[in-house]
Ligand binder design. Structure first.
Ligand code: SF4
Length: 353
């Protein structure tokens, strides 16, 4: 937590944030909300953010954030009792407004119970009827700009940003030293919550790349990471499940390029300025979650008629063949890595299907 506000006793707000942002969606969505936080802070002063315990470390160092309030909706804050206790805490803070990028009934209930007089969200959200200001969600464009619509006219989008501390960088550098690495490695993030978003070629890629490799990921990604390491003949090391989220981001910041599925690491790399090669299968960049940096590359099976097949990517392929990912060739990904690394200037690399 940084810049914790000076709150008075008995619920008086004494110099604390007057804006609460409720964003309890997935990690990647939370990272993409950082430009909105910057825009709101520029207008109203640093904001408080309610988010999941998993995403909280990504926001608690952000310069636009006064305080992060953890909402453990699947744990200690679960059920109606948890919701009520949290709402009581929020009510004491006397927010002037609540901004609700995540349009759930639960977020809306918290804003209502907190008695925030102004409640701003998208007009197409399930709980829009409870908002005092309903914003039309842009139908096109990147998610960053869509979320920014909640702040009104802000001009150019502030950057997607995760603030790393000196300690985060020190932890990452110590890990690299321990494994005999400096910079000049390729980071690979093979995981995804959604099964069909996982490219099955990461181990083959690791066997092909002529560079040191660091595998990054969270708890649960260890088996995928181990398979990549096993294929790379001593050139790959795994940090999956072994470092905090911000230390992992600091590791990605040291990489030449990150190769990842369409998942949260795309946005983490963007937030720390590392070029990305993003592999899209059941989803498409037009959904608004693709990478946008000048050196970023997308690899996808552009001609496959069943793409996209769902908003997030189903657990298993509904057609049974999973061609969208299985037919992304290692060669096309190697070429994209070369382009993102600045080795060649090709603008977009796609499979030849
Ligand atoms: S239906 Fe098509 S896009 Fe969806 S998972 Fe299967 S191959 Fe991929």
């Amino acid at each position: 937590m940084t810049g914790a506000p000076d709150r008075g006793r008995a619920g008086e707000r004494a110099g604390g944030a007057d804006t609460l942002v409720v964003q309890t969606a997935f990690l990647g969505d939370v990272v993409l909300t950082t430009p909105l936080l910057t825009a709101l802070a520029a207008r109203h002063g640093p904001v408080d953010v309610m988010t999941t315990p998993g995403a909280a470390p990504l926001l608690e160092t952000h310069p636009a954030v006064a305080e992060v309030i953890r909402y453990d909706k699947r744990g200690s804050d679960g059920g109606l009792g948890g919701l009520w206790r949290l709402a009581r805490r929020l009510r004491r803070r006397r927010y002037a407004r609540a901004v609700l990028p995540h349009g759930s009934w639960r977020s809306a209930a918290l804003a209502l119970l907190a008695r925030a007089p102004e409640r701003i969200g998208f007009g197409d959200s399930p709980a829009a009827i409870t908002y005092t200001r309903r914003v039309t969600r842009p139908t096109a464009g990147h998610e960053v700009e869509r979320l920014l619509a909640l702040a009104g006219d802000v001009g150019a989008a502030p950057p997607v940003h995760v603030e790393l501390t000196a300690n985060d960088r020190a932890v990452a550098d110590a890990w690299l030293r321990e494994h005999g690495l400096g910079s000049g490695f390729i980071a690979i993030a093979p995981g995804s919550i959604w099964g069909t978003k996982r490219w099955p070629g990461f181990a083959a890629l690791a066997a092909t790349l002529d560079a040191p490799i660091v595998v990054v990921g969270g708890p649960g990604d260890e088996a995928l990471a181990d398979a990549v390491v096993a294929a790379a003949s001593g050139r790959a090391f795994t940090a999956a499940g072994g470092l905090s989220l911000r230390a992992s981001a600091a590791l990605i910041a040291r990489a030449t390029v990150l190769v990842t599925n369409d998942s949260a690491p795309v946005h983490l790399a963007t937030a720390v300025g590392t070029p990305v090669v993003a592999l899209f299968g059941p989803t498409v960049p037009a959904f608004g979650f693709g990478p946008r940096g000048a050196r970023d590359r997308v690899v996808e099976h552009a001609a496959l008629p069943c793409r996209p097949c769902s908003a997030h990517g189903p657990a298993t392929c509904p057609l049974g063949h999973h061609r969208c990912m299985r037919e992304l060739s290692v060669e096309s990904v190697v070429a994209a890595v070369a382009a993102a690394s600045g080795v060649e200037g090709t603008r977009a690399i796609r499979t030849g299907h």
